[in-house]
Design a protein around this ligand. Structure first.
Ligand code: HPA
Ligand code: ZN
Length: 336
């Protein structure tokens, strides 16, 4: 079968997606108008022109500025609904999405406004589109551990809506070790844990995320290849890496998609997955990430199967649901 068609038709899970990073320029303009917020752009072309990044920080500055248009519960609902509709077009059947409460609470938006809007859209997406979900709350690592702890405490009344905690934002200079106590508390409260590590930061940050934060998955993790002992451990423990190829190129982690190390990661036997990170800012949703990476690295059908299967294995679904999705994937691989 044509591999592009195969990529389109296989059921997919997305495990690394910042909901604020799905804010398309059209919605940014519309919400700015509705909420009477001044933007430094006068049209969508100017917004897109600003998406020319040299590193993670240059992106984060634009991304946090864009998120200012999100104010009401309905805004978070519409943002998440639009993402799910777009994901359904790529045959995504399961999502585990991040949100950054501190980006909003520091602008005096209530925690409940954010979580309730996202959760309402996730439940709506499950009933209308059949997309199952988990929700992951990320702490902004450029802020203090005390801020993160206060955010965790604010989240406790919403435990039934939040499955896991994560760690994102500016990586360099903000090692996982600073958040050990917060992650211990989160685990004691019953949350699963993940962390961004080894995107721009060194392999030592991946080790800290594993040893000190006890995470179930590493978000990005592409710099692990600089440390062979770490690679051996990640393979042995089958620690999932949620890799985001188009993001890595847009943020200059790799010079081009052809230079991306995803195929090497696969060849080492690592549990690699493909994800879109902040698709509105990085030029493609998950299908585009699969297609462009397949083309650039000449991935085989087997590689595509492994990537898609890994995402179900690495998900926070129960075993029965994982098996059901993997059976659907197997069928999509073989049926004419
Ligand atoms: N890295 C760190 N923080 C982020 C990212 C990312 O790729 N996207 C949104 N917040
Ligand atoms: Zn990310």
């Amino acid at each position: 079968m044509d591999i592009t068609r195969l990529i389109q038709r296989i059921p997919k899970a997305e495990l690394h997606l910042h909901i604020e990073g799905t804010l398309e320029p059209e919605m940014m303009m519309a919400l700015a108008r509705r909420n009477e917020i001044e933007l430094p752009y006068s049209n969508v072309d100017e917004i897109r022109d600003a998406y020319d990044f040299s590193n993670l920080q240059s992106f984060l500055d634009v991304y946090y500025a864009g998120a200012r248009v999100l104010r009401e519960e309905q805004d978070f609902f519409e943002l998440t609904r639009a993402y799910l509709e777009r994901a359904a077009e790529d045959n995504v059947c399961h999502v585990e999405i991040f949100f950054d409460p501190q980006t909003h609470t520091e602008r005096d938006i209530e925690f409940a406004t954010v979580v309730d809007g996202i959760d309402r859209a996730l439940r709506d997406g499950r009933s209308r589109l059949g997309i199952t979900f988990r929700l992951i709350m990320c702490f902004l690592r450029h802020l203090s551990a005390e801020d993160a702890m206060a955010t965790l405490e604010a989240a406790l009344p919403f435990k039934d809506k939040i499955d896991a905690v994560g760690l994102d934002s500016s990586e360099l200079g903000h090692p996982p070790s600073r958040f050990t106590e917060v992650f211990n508390r989160a685990r004691d409260e019953g949350f699963l844990t993940v962390a961004h590590a080894g995107e721009e930061g060194p392999p030592a940050y991946i080790r800290e995320a594993l040893d000190l934060l006890n995470v179930e998955r590493i978000d990005h993790g592409v710099r692990c290849l600089e440390d062979p002992d770490l690679v051996a451990r990640l393979v042995e423990e089958q620690v999932p890496l949620t890799v985001c190829p188009l993001s890595n190129v847009k943020l200059c982690v790799f010079d081009s998609l052809e230079q991306h190390n995803l195929k090497q990661l696969l060849q080492h036997g690592l549990c690699v997955t493909v994800n879109s990170d902040d698709p509105s800012y990085f030029g493609g949703y998950i299908g585009e990430n699969y297609r462009r990476t397949q083309e650039a690295l000449e991935l085989s059908e087997d590689d595509i199967y492994t990537l898609a299967k890994n995402a179900f294995v690495a998900s926070f679904l129960g075993d029965t649901e994982k098996q059901r999705y993997i059976s659907e994937l197997d069928q999509a691989m073989t049926s004419p």
